[in-house]
Design a protein. Structure first.
Length: 135
C-alpha cells in the first residue's frame, strides 16, 4: 500500500461499528467514496446520484462525520413509466475522523451528483519549516 493511501486511511476511516448502528436504515445504500490527502488536508468525493441539496444532510459530531442523503428520481414531464425499479434511494456513510483534521473548517460542494468535502488539517498537524539559528 502506498504511503499516501496509508496516511489517508489513518486520517479518516469508515466507522463499521458505530455506537448507534442500530439506528441505521438497512435499506440505505453505501455510496462509493474517494479520499485524497495532501499536505494541508483531505478531500473526499462521494457519488450521490440523483441527490439534490435539499436531500443532503452532513453532520459532524466529535470525530464522527455522517453523510445522509436521499434521492428522488422523477419521471420527466410528458413521459409515462411502464415499470419502475428505482424511484427513491437513500445513501448513508459514517466516518471517524483523525484528530489531525479540523472539523470546524469542513467545506462541502454538491455538483452533478458528486459531493466534494474538504477537511483541512489542524495547524499543528500541517508541515512547517523550522528555522535553524547559527551561533
Amino acid at each position: 500500500m502506498n504511503h499516501d493511501v496509508q496516511t489517508a486511511a489513518r486520517a479518516m476511516r469508515q466507522d463499521a461499528a458505530a455506537p448507534d448502528a442500530s439506528r441505521y436504515d438497512a435499506a440505505a445504500l453505501t455510496p462509493p467514496v474517494d479520499v485524497i490527502e495532501d499536505v494541508s488536508g483531505i478531500t473526499l468525493y462521494a457519488d450521490l446520484p440523483g441527490v439534490r441539496r435539499e436531500g443532503l444532510n452532513l453532520h459532524v459530531e466529535g470525530a464522527t462525520l455522517t453523510i445522509d442523503a436521499a434521492s428522488s428520481l422523477k419521471t420527466p414531464e410528458g413521459l409515462k413509466t411502464s415499470h419502475t425499479e428505482v424511484e427513491f434511494g437513500r445513501f448513508r456513510r459514517v466516518f471517524t475522523l483523525s484528530k489531525e483534521l479540523d472539523t470546524e473548517k469542513v467545506t462541502a460542494e454538491l455538483s452533478q451528483g458528486v459531493l466534494k468535502l474538504r477537511i483541512p488539517k489542524t495547524s499543528h498537524a500541517q508541515p512547517r519549516r523550522i528555522e535553524v539559528k547559527v551561533d
